[in-house]
Ligand binder design. Structure first.
Ligand SMILES: [Zn+2]
Length: 228
């Protein structure tokens, strides 16, 4: 006998609920109900289901936006942070709530972590064991602050992230990789994405995000700006 049953299918992926999840729901009902009666139990059940939906949306956001990723460690790490930001932003927009569930914590897009110099330093120094969620939270908060109700920016950022074009030849620096991602984002949302990035990442990290439009006019110049 299987201990899980399918409740839905999204992006070709079956979403299955393990029977033990019902124990968690029951535990929430008893735990909150014991202290606060019927309404407490109801709160426990609804909160647990909302967390399940939010976590599921976050993970589906990753599946939906899967595309080519840079081969270099720095570029891969910075896009991993962008992926986390995208997944949080996606979950928040679909759920119409700035509170999103990660695998092991709740993140509120209206209460981003303080400017994370330490997290950026961690990315620069040890990208192998780097945890992208904290930086992603900051980017999601920037995106949410710009567009909390409209899905245009989300869809266009998805277009950029889901692109299959390789990052071969793009220098392995956060600035160059973000710039390449910006180039993959449709025109109408590119400036907004750059605005969100500017509010998120320190200029020193990105090495100054060159305008993609001016880079288009002189592509040779732009690569040169990031060194060999
Ligand atoms: Zn994630």
């Amino acid at each position: 006998m299987s201990w899980s049953f399918q409740i839905a299918r999204a992006f070709g992926i079956p979403i299955r609920v393990h029977l033990t999840f019902l124990l968690i729901v029951a535990w929430a009902a008893f735990s909150w109900g014991g202290r606060h009666g019927f309404h407490g139990a109801l709160f426990g059940v609804i909160s647990t289901l909302a967390l399940f939906v939010s976590v599921t949306l976050h993970e589906l956001g990753h599946v939906w936006a899967a595309g080519a990723r840079p081969p270099g460690r720095l570029g891969r790490s910075v896009l991993a942070a962008v992926d986390e930001g995208f997944a949080d932003y996606y979950a928040a927009l679909v759920n119409r709530s700035p509170r999103v569930g990660g695998r092991d914590e709740l993140r509120d897009l209206e209460r981003p972590p303080p400017p994370a110099a330490a997290a950026w330093a961690e990315l620069a120094l040890a990208p192998e064991g780097f945890d992208p969620h904290r930086l992603g939270h900051g980017l999601a908060a920037s995106l949410w602050a710009l567009e909390p109700a409209n899905t245009g920016l989300l869809l266009d950022l998805h277009t950029g992230l889901a692109s299959d074009a390789t990052y071969t030849g793009v220098p392995d620096t956060p600035g160059a990789v973000i710039e390449e991602l910006a180039r993959r984002i449709p025109n109408r949302s590119r400036a907004r994405f750059e605005q969100a990035v500017a509010a998120w990442a320190p200029a020193e990290v990105l090495g100054g995000l060159a305008s993609v439009d001016s880079a288009r006019a002189a592509p040779g110049k732009m690569r040169g700006a990031h060194g060999p």
